[in-house]
Design a protein around this ligand. Structure first.
Ligand code: UD1
Ligand code: MG
Length: 457
């Protein structure tokens, strides 16, 4: 099959009014990437060499998103929404380039799996001209029905055009379709709009192919594969399906999850073997976790790399640009951004590390803040290998603390600290012997210490 050339046409011209959103429907996200991206990546994994994306007017955001996942996509504008076959014909130029297999995919049906697409293509390779996906939804209302005769698919009837008898059919059309490249244009051009909606239905490809003496068939698939998204409720339902798939795949690959149903993954999350994820962890896009690391409860990670054996959380936040080396510890209420923290370094409690490098084995005390922003620009902090930053220190960037240097607790570091040196800057402490005791005695008599204003009653 790999020798067969495949074109995927993705229909993405719908307005998606039922999403009640300013954003085009196909740009809504599932697992940290757009619906359209999911479809494009499935098409690519299903062996599509070329991608043609049919977009509506004002499609710049849609085409920009598509290009991120398939830089060579071609775009075709469908100005009037005259039906699914009309939309496919908007990509007539791409169709005419005569691929062996043509896949018509819907931008709002993002959960289709690449192996399902491979099955459609296999049926084309065996001589079918049109292959559709059948499924049996709990409630068939609104779907086209597959009209079968003695095991053969003879037509798809849209609900509005169906007879009462046809509406009783439980096997429905998933929407996606595969067409033989050498027949596709001929079939599509014969489709008319004489139906209840006055639209050019792609589904009529089945009856047209039959009339031309060509073979049409249906392959049954799971409902999740063809789940379409029209509303925010359906978006959330699809997210649940995707999350379940991602968690299962992670656990099958050797990740331990104590309460998988509480872990939110992104479609591109990469987790190594023997990684443990505690309950209630969120992985935004762009996270890689190496073998043996532990991500503890209530942590939020995005655009971060966690090295082998590192421990993150509970309650840690790793923001984009975080690079944790081997055996790094990031504890509770620590936020890291655009920073590389080298092997064995620790920031165990309450810290902000932004735009920084923390050298191997360095220790960042509780309450340490890299003051990286001066109100105009961001500046870097560089902490050397084995340095010790005392609690509640403010590192005013740009700043360097050399290897093995020591910063005393509570220091506001404004000058570079050489390797092996101590920097300390804090107000001198005074001690007044017996002061507290005297205060209590005076208060007990209803008076104040000398020099204090009398308490107003
Ligand atoms: C379609 C099928 C139906 C199937 C259902 C599965 C047809 C005629 N009907 O119906 O048999 O059961 O999907 O969900 O194909 N689009 C355009 N331009 C258009 C019209 C549609 O780009 O002019 C795009 C939409 O944005 C969407 C896709 O094509 O991504 C499907 O269109 P939609 O209106 O959702 O078709 P359904 O009525 O759901
Ligand atoms: Mg639909």
């Amino acid at each position: 099959m790999s020798s067969r050339k495949c074109l995927a046409i993705v229909l993405a011209a719908g307005e998606g009014t039922r999403m009640r959103s300013q954003m085009p429907k196909v740009l809504h996200q599932l697992g940290g990437r757009s619906l359209l991206a999911h479809v494009i990546l499935a098409a690519r994994a299903g062996g599509s060499d070329d991608l043609a994306i049919v977009v509506g007017p004002d499609h710049n955001a849609v085409s920009a998103d598509a290009r991120r996942y398939a830089p060579n996509s071609q775009f075709f504008e469908q100005r009037e929404r005259s039906g699914t076959a009309h939309a496919v014909l908007a990509a007539r130029k791409a169709l005419a380039a005569a691929a062996d297999d043509i896949l018509v995919l819907f931008g709002d049906t993002p959960l289709v799996q690449f192996d399902t697409l491979l099955k459609l293509r296999a049926a084309l390779a065996e001589g079918a001209a049109v292959v559709v996906l059948g499924f049996k939804p709990a409630n068939p209302q609104g779907y086209g029905r597959l009209v079968m005769q003695g095991g053969a698919l003879v037509a798809i009837r849209e609900e509005r055009d169906a007879t009462a008898e046809e509406r009783k059919i439980g096997l429905c059309n998933g929407g996606l379709m595969a067409l033989a490249g050498n027949q596709a244009l001929g079939i599509l051009e014969r489709i008319d709009n004489k139906n209840a909606k006055g639209e050019y239905y792609l589904t009529d490809a089945v009856a047209v192919a039959r009339d031309m003496g060509l073979k049409a068939l249906a392959i049954e698939t799971a409902e999740d594969d063809v789940r379409g998204i029209n509303t925010k409720v359906q978006l959330a339902e699809a997210e649940a399906v995707l999350q379940q798939r991602l968690r299962m795949a992670a656990m099958e690959a050797g990740v331990t999850m104590i309460a998988p149903e509480t872990v939110y993954l992104s479609a591109d999350t990469k987790l190594g073997k023997d990684v443990t994820i505690e309950p209630n962890v969120v992985f935004g896009p762009g996270v890689t976790v190496e073998d043996g690391a532990t991500i503890r409860s209530f942590s939020h990670l995005e655009g971060a790399h966690v090295g082998k054996g590192s421990r993150v959380g509970p309650f840690a936040r790793l923001r984009p640009g975080t690079e944790l080396g081997k055996d790094v510890h990031i504890g509770n209420f620590v936020e890291v951004k655009e920073a590389s923290i080298e092997a064995g370094a620790k920031a165990n409690h309450l810290a902000y590390i932004g735009d920084a490098r923390i050298g191997e084995g360095a220790n960042i005390g509780a309450g340490t803040i890299t003051c990286n922003y001066d109100g105009v620009a961001k500046h870097r902090t560089d902490i050397g290998k084995g340095a010790f930053i005392g609690s509640n220190s403010a590192l005013v960037a740009p700043i360097k603390v050399g290897d093995g240097a020591y910063v005393g607790t509570g220091t506001v570091v404004t000058k570079d600290v050489p390797a092996g040196a101590l920097a300390i800057a804090r107000a001198k402490q005074t001690v007044k012997e017996g002061w507290a005791k005297r205060l209590r005695q005076v208060k007990a008599l209803g008076k104040n210490l000398p020099g204090k204003k009398p308490k107003r009653s």
